[in-house]
Design a protein around this ligand. Sequence first.
Ligand SMILES: C[S@@+](CC[C@H](N)C(=O)[O-])C[C@H]1O[C@@H](n2cnc3c(N)ncnc32)[C@H](O)[C@@H]1O
Length: 296
Amino acid sequence: MTLEHLPENAQTPSAEGSSTYTTTEVQNHYARVALDVLEQLDDQAICGCESCDDTPSRTSEAKELYTREIMDNLPEGALAASRGCGDPVAKAQLAPGEVVVDLGSGGGIDALIAARFVGEAGYVYGIDMTYEMIELAERNAVDAKVANVEFVQGTIEEIPLPDASVDVVLSNCVINFSDDKPRVMREACRILKPGGRFVVSDIVSYAPIAKDAFEPLCRIVGCTKGMQSAESYRTALEDAGFVDIVLEPKTTYTLDILEQKARAKNRMRFFESIADEPAIEGASGSVIIYAYKPQN
Ligand SMILES: C[S@@+](CC[C@H](N)C(=O)[O-])C[C@H]1O[C@@H](n2cnc3c(N)ncnc32)[C@H](O)[C@@H]1O
């Protein structure tokens, strides 16, 4: 995730997960991401794909997360807008005929991958609060020739789907944005059918992070609204009614990994400001979270 469009003077994030950037600022940021990709796709359509300098390319964050085989079957617009921190579909063991929702679907990358797994008998909803992302995701679905997917503008705190209507809740690096994470977990549990599963990529903290180190850390790994601790993630899921909760670490952010990420995103100034903080080493990381709604 890149935060280059967010204002420098926004409030400093806190490790406790309290509000930092406003929802409007986050929405504006992702609207810009989507519009940039849409504009590049339009330029590409006008000037002919190979010759455009600014063709959306696979140098996006997608290539760190998805296999070449998966990427080869996705439109450029979905790859270019990818801002996740994992590959939840690869972990969800989706079966033909299942109904899936992707919370914070962005440019639609995971929803489109999921749509292929559930096949024509299944269905995928992508929910995102940013209108421009919905527009981009819809265009990507057309480009991917995928018909069993629908993108709906809405929030993950008030998911626009009925009770017990989906088999699987997916999400990729979005719940950390919510000002009310327990409510998101309750909503996820509400819309799942009994026995349904929650398979989510996200970023969590494992140890307290000093307030002044948090902002640069977020600029490198992307945790705009403040990540929650692994422990409070588990508690919120339990309180929402989930069982069999597992948090599986994906990438633990050591200083070496943070440096690599900062270098790749041209954000070395943020890394330099935390490089001497020993407490940053391994204090956060991306995880895959599995949880189940009880059968009854
Ligand atoms: C980091 S991007 C991830 C997008 C996508 N999951 C992916 O992997 O590329 C975050 C997305 O979540 C959306 N988002 C953030 N907070 C949200 C909320 N409270 N409700 C709905 N969508 C939200 C943003 O509009 C944005 O498209």
